[in-house]
Design a protein around this ligand. Structure first.
Ligand SMILES: [Fe+2]
Length: 117
């Protein structure tokens, strides 16, 4: 789906790149013109469960992606994994996004909870 300055994409389970030597996800990249929201709602990628309910925000121009160790894992498991089982909704916006006070408070409470654990 799309509207002026907004794109909504649904990343669903699919076959993994199968040709040896082809780089598999996750790619490290930078969205020059768009803020990016990724809502993870289940599935797994190369043997790692996706954190259901996690929302990530990558502001325009910020390099982002999954750490190099995840890419190395994808290469290592090339013959083992034939599918990418992720379930992610991504929203790209031309205008910059700002967190509401409710969102900021939720993030701070979540971080405080992680620190206590
Ligand atoms: Fe991105």
């Amino acid at each position: 789906m799309q509207a002026t300055g907004v794109y909504v994409m649904n990343f669903l389970p699919r076959p993994a790149e199968g040709k040896p030597g082809v780089e598999r996800i996750p790619w490290y990249h930078r969205n020059v013109d768009y803020d990016e929201i990724a809502f993870y709602h289940g599935g797994s990628v190369f043997g790692v469960d996706m954190p259901a309910g996690l929302i990530g925000h990558a502001p325009q121009g910020l390099h982002h992606g999954i750490p190099e160790r995840a890419r190395e894992r994808a290469r290592r498991r090339h013959d083992e994994d034939k599918r990418v089982e992720w379930k992610v909704i991504a929203i790209d916006t031309r205008r910059r996004l700002t967190a509401t006070p409710v969102m900021s408070n939720a993030v701070q409470a979540d971080v405080a909870e992680e620190v206590r654990v």
